[in-house]
Write a new protein. Structure first.
Length: 80
């Protein structure tokens, strides 16, 4: 995907940049996308995750209608 145009596909308003916090084990982290199917951890519960494969997710929200759209693109994290 080239450059994102943060315009709402529902009502065509400009969307606000944000992020999806992901809480667990007393920490709040940035939600991320992981490739493949989840592998269940039998003894500890939850799923196995390889940290190097995670791609941070960037979210955009429409202030008019509330539509939220997420992208998993590392280049988005470098923007300010």
């Amino acid at each position: 995907m080239a450059d994102l145009s943060p315009q709402c596909p529902k009502c065509e308003q400009l969307m606000e940049r944000g992020y999806r916090p992901d809480a667990g084990h007393g920490y709040v982290l940035l939600a991320a996308w992981a490739p493949g199917a989840p592998e269940v951890r039998r003894f500890f519960g939850g799923i196995k995750v390889r940290g190097e494969a995670l791609v941070p997710m960037q979210a955009y929200r429409c202030p008019s209608c509330g539509f939220v759209e997420c992208y998993a693109q590392p280049a988005l994290e470098r923007r300010s």
